[in-house]
Design a protein. Structure first.
Length: 488
């Protein structure tokens, strides 16, 4: 009698919407981190320049936009530090966990500490912590896929959906609290959101093993004391400059612009001259330089949602709906709504096209051009008075922002992991975020030139420059594809 094979059939691999299961854990922590981040940022600028009678600090508006731009730039500049700690000392998973704790403490500081003390302490903690979260979370998502896995861009788009679910809910919730009971309650809710995200991640972090906990390029033990001394000296120098008044608030965004540019140049030099990378890896890094420039231009316009668009919404936009005036911060939730609606379509599109989809340089070029066109859409509305700009018009403009973002941002995250040399895996992601840092800080500097009486020149010039850069990048795309050595 023939024996019966009783071996159970292999269990189907559990997935998260067709993606690796671990994406769900990273999706969750980034959702809650973005809830707190955007919830706080949605009310930050008006908190700085609203009068004390309105619950704010009464800071000059140009100074307030400089602070917001500098803070936003510092968030992304901090990805360099987070990536270095992950690649050289602790591994990506540990840096992600402890960075999330620092973010939580920052939101608590904003909620409970009064005035400028709370702003200074809280924003520094959030900026440093968010930088660590962003660099490592993105790198960990990239590590879930093989280099030739066509699910990669779709997975990053799904990850981006989690980001925008948090970005949608955060400003709605904090804006309502700010309007009804005060700014500090809004900041407190952002802290609660981060506690939820940290708890969710802590319960599942044990499943992230292997490469997630490895240190890919360990710092030699003999060099660690030197690094510690250098870090202490840098902190001491910053403290001295602050006490001496050499870091004025009105110049903070310009200072972060300079620091971000210097850090980017230094990083490109370090990677390109390293003996730890191959010739193919070096050519891929060279190919990334024009896209770094285009990304910087894109973010310098896009991040004006938190500077110029916030001012525009406060002073020019008709926010009345059936006799009720919606909070200023709610405008920040328009873009995430479109992201949520469109991210699935882009995910399906890239998945369906597979290897036939447009190359990354073409996507970057299209996103930069569309961002410039979206800025030009402000021109028909220029020159009006208070409450003269229809809400639907701004909704349409932000729709253009969204499509441009989906063409560039998740693709940039994915591309940075595909072009990364093995020895600089997380740090290559940080290099992409440096373009965001530079652009975000520029958004604060550029906002200083915005004036309601010169809107035509402001929106026209910036939109035209972005379109021109996008066209140049499109012309360079065949050369860049050759340098990328098979990476699309």
């Amino acid at each position: 009698m023939t024996g019966v094979d009783r071996t159970p059939p292999p269990r189907a691999e559990k997935t998260f919407f067709g993606q690796p299961r671990m994406l769900a854990n990273l999706f969750g922590v980034e959702l809650w981190e973005r809830f707190s981040f955007y919830g706080m940022q949605g009310i930050l600028l008006i908190y700085l320049y609203y009068t004390s009678a309105e619950g704010g600090l009464g800071i000059n508006r140009d100074t307030a936009t400089s602070i917001v731009g500098a803070y936003g730039g510092l968030v992304y500049l901090s990805t360099v530090l987070g990536a270095w700690l992950a690649d050289r000392l602790f591994g990506a998973e540990r840096v992600l966990f402890y960075s999330a704790i620092l973010v939580m403490l920052g939101h608590l500081s904003l909620a409970v500490l009064p005035g400028l003390i709370g702003v200074g302490v809280g924003l520094i903690q959030i900026a440093l912590g968010s930088g660590g979260v962003k660099a490592t979370a993105t790198s960990l998502v990239g590590s879930l896929y093989a280099e030739d896995d066509h699910r990669r861009d779709a997975g990053f788009s799904l990850f981006y959906l989690g980001i925008n679910l948090g970005a949608l809910a955060g400003p709605l919730a904090t804006g309502l609290l700010q309007k009804s009971v005060g700014f500090h309650y809004g900041f407190g809710l952002a802290a609660v959101g981060m506690v939820a995200g940290l708890t969710q991640y802590a319960l599942g972090r044990g499943r992230l093993t292997g490469a997630a906990r490895e240190v890919p390029n360990p710092l030699p033990a003999a060099r660690r004391p030197l690094v510690a001394v250098g870090a202490a000296m840098a902190l001491g120098l910053v403290a001295v400059l602050v006490v001496a008044g050499m870091l004025p608030a009105r110049r903070l965004s310009a200072i972060v612009v300079v620091l971000s540019a210097l850090a980017a140049v230094a990083y490109f030099v370090v990677i390109l001259t390293s003996r730890a990378i191959t010739g193919t890896e070096r050519r891929r890094v060279f190919a990334f330089i024009p896209m770094f420039v285009a990304s910087t231009a894109f973010w310098s316009l896009y991040q004006q949602q938190f500077t110029v668009v916030t001012i525009y919404s406060d002073t020019r936009l008709d926010r009345h709906i059936l006799g009720w005036q919606m909070p200023v911060s709610w405008v920040q939730s328009i873009n995430p709504v479109f992201i949520i609606l469109l991210a699935g379509l882009f995910t399906a599109l890239w998945t369906r096209l597979g290897p036939r989809q447009p190359s990354a340089p073409v996507k970057f070029a299209a996103g930069t051009i569309l961002m410039g066109l979206a800025f030009l859409l402000f021109l028909p509305l220029a020159g009006g008075g208070p409450n003269s700009a229809p809400l639907l018009a701004l909704v349409g403009i932000l729709f253009g922002f969204t499509v441009a973002e989906l063409l560039l941002s998740p693709v940039g995250l994915s591309l940075s992991t595909k072009l990364a040399p093995r020895a600089f895996h997380t740090q290559m992601v940080a290099l992409f975020f440096l373009s965001v840092a530079l652009g975000t800080a520029l958004s604060g500097t550029l906002a200083g030139y915005y004036d309601e009486s010169h809107e035509t020149a402001y929106f026209g010039v910036l939109g035209g420059v972005a379109i021109a850069l996008g066209i140049v990048l499109a012309m360079l795309s065949p050369l860049l594809r050759r340098l990328m050595g098979g990476v699309r």
